[in-house]
Design a protein around this ligand. Sequence first.
Ligand code: AR6
Length: 173
Amino acid sequence: MGKVEVLHGDITKVAADAIVNAANEALLPGGGVSGAIHRAAGPELAEACRQVAPCPTGEARITPGFRLPARYVIHTVGPVWRGGGANEAVLLERAYRSSLALAKEYALRTVAFPSISTGIYGYPLEEAAPIALKVLLEEADGFDALYMVAFDERTFQVYHSLLTKLLHGCSEG
Ligand code: AR6
């Protein structure tokens, strides 16, 4: 089984086969991780996004990585948090799964994710992390490595301690 790891840092520096972008449905360069990815990839990325847009919430699109160390960028759209009663959990899980389905289609072996929806889109981190890690652990078999790249300290701590707990639980089963 491929490994799942939580990393602390900037996803634009990660030399995975693909990094995932927490995008908006129009695939326009925004703020947050999306802004950072577009700045690091160069202006060609926005043009490539234009050609594959729009991307409904929960779906994913793929483009080259241009000036990034990653070969590809997989753009996915997580849900905007509306209090929890608007299918957010299903849509968040779908965003992770669609991204990995696309990665498999392209025979990619390593994929790095940011914490989708937990920034500008307001999804509570403690509720998003179990969904994200559940999908990564379930799908790890099809990859060499799946990374969750946490930019800030709190995000790192939440994912890191949860992953440790989940792996510890699994090893007993
Ligand atoms: N590397 C890794 N993670 C990062 C980086 C980075 N360089 N920069 C920020 N993050 P957000 P969302 C973290 O807001 O909530 C955009 O405008 C950040 O700390 O980027 O899905 C899009 O265009 C947080 O933990 O994404 C959409 O309109 C996580 O990435 C909207 O924001 C996600 O925060 C999407 O909002």
